[in-house]
Design a protein around this ligand. Structure first.
Ligand SMILES: *Cc1c(COP(=O)(O)O)cnc(C)c1O
Length: 396
């Protein structure tokens, strides 16, 4: 039998399997474990988007509706992404050369590594961070270098702390704001600093903007492409998954630097055959409706804001000084006093409260001392979980 590739020896199961295994073990014993671990919206996709999928899938006037999404290209989706960028950020994009549709942004986030990284090259990745940035580098047999996100820098990396030896080999610089898992949000000034840094060191910035429209308290998150000249050094990944509750549909985009867009489209042309055309139509519809009236996503965002407020208040009442995040689907909280590390606290919650949270240390040492709660669970489930957590902490 053939031996697995070098890549596979380094590629584990996706994310935090230790906690997952423990949850399964308890559930097998009949314990009712509540998991607040995964960020996958529980609220439904808006009706007009679903209806557009149904319409497009049954449209006899579109003879190509069931065919490969890439061989019979549709302009509708890239055009809608361009309209969204103009409307939402005041950024002009050429739908032909500066936009590539993705089968969910995770796919593009992994594949961009193949466009730029050879063995010996480096991707600079935030830690804690979405695991796919470094997984992409690993699959390209390249290296990743963790940039610690620091609480006292509002969870942004200190570019000046990257060793020059690493910087020389670095090609990609990953950023993600509003941030998963820290929920940190930035202003355009930070992106301007990043663009200047990328320019100085010949880097391509890959900005993951998955949560740009999931924001609270009137905060409006910027696109990195709003920085003048950013297109020369940056590509931005976007997704309908979170704002439109469309995770299972698999549709997103990468936009910005035309050379990076072209390379990513080339990799994809060679290994996938596009997005189901009716899904592209429905995705275009979602963006068009958003441009007409952004309140289409209000029910989704308001649901998370309500849960955020509830979780933050419950944690504070339990004596944990947590900040209310201005964006994302997560609450990133310090662990309470008396626990050695985030893993110990997560294990305590699992065993004593039967609640699973994500230990910050699972994202690497820079995430230590924190844990993440996802807000993508029904109010009643979150309510029950917070009661159990509070009770367990009182007993301890
Ligand atoms: C959810 C998420 C994504 C995107 O997901 P897709 O469903 O693949 O578009 C990208 N980045 C981060 C940080 C996420 O949390």
């Amino acid at each position: 039998m053939a031996q697995p590739s070098r890549r596979m020896t380094q590629l584990g199961p996706y994310l935090f399997s230790a906690i997952g295994a423990k949850v399964r073990e308890l559930r097998a014993k009949g314990v009712q474990v509540i998991s607040l671990g995964i960020g996958d919206p529980d609220v439904p996709t808006p009706d007009p988007v679903v209806l557009e999928l149904v319409r497009a899938a049954t449209d006899v006037h579109d003879p190509d509706r069931f065919r490969y999404g890439s061989d019979w290209p549709l302009d509708a989706f890239p055009n809608a992404v361009a309209q969204y960028y103009r409307h939402r950020f005041g950024v002009e994009l050429d739908p032909k050369s500066e936009i590539v549709p993705l089968i969910g942004s995770k796919e593009g986030i992994a594949h961009i590594a193949l466009c730029y990284l050879d063995p010996g090259d480096v991707a600079l990745v935030p830690e804690p961070g979405y695991p796919v940035y470094k997984i992409g580098a690993l699959l390209a047999l390249a290296e990743s270098y963790p940039m610690p996100l620091l609480a006292d820098r509002n969870w942004t990396p200190d570019f000046s702390a990257i060793p020059s030896e690493v910087l020389k080999r670095a090609k990609l610089l990953w950023l993600n704001y509003p941030n998963n898992p820290t929920a940190a949000c930035v202003t355009l000034d930070f992106f301007a600093e990043a663009v200047a840094f990328a320019r100085r060191h010949g880097l391509l910035i890959c900005h993951d903007a998955a949560y740009v429209d999931i924001t609270y308290d009137g905060y409006v998150a910027p696109s990195i492409l709003q920085v003048p000249g950013a297109k020369e050094v940056a590509i931005e990944f976007g997704s309908l998954s979170k704002p439109f509750a469309m995770t299972g549909w698999r549709i997103g985009w990468a936009v910005g630097n035309s050379e990076a867009v072209r390379l990513l489209a080339t990799v994809k042309d060679n290994i996938d055959s596009g997005i189901f055309r009716p899904i592209q139509r429905a995705g275009a519809k979602a963006l068009q409706l958003f441009c007409q009236d952004p309140s289409i996503i209000r029910p989704v965002v308001d649901t998370y804001q309500r849960r955020r407020d509830f979780v933050v208040q419950a944690l504070r009442q339990a004596g944990i000084p947590v900040e209310a995040p201005k964006g994302t689907l997560y609450v990133w909280s310090p662990i309470p006093d008396g626990f050695a590390n985030s893993q110990e606290f997560a294990t305590f919650l699992l065993e004593r409260a039967h609640v699973a949270v994500t230990p910050g240390g699972g994202y690497g040492p820079a995430g230590e001392g924190y844990f993440r709660i996802s807000l993508t669970y029904p109010d009643a489930v979150i309510g029950e979980a917070m009661e159990r957590i509070t009770a367990a902490l009182k007993r301890s």
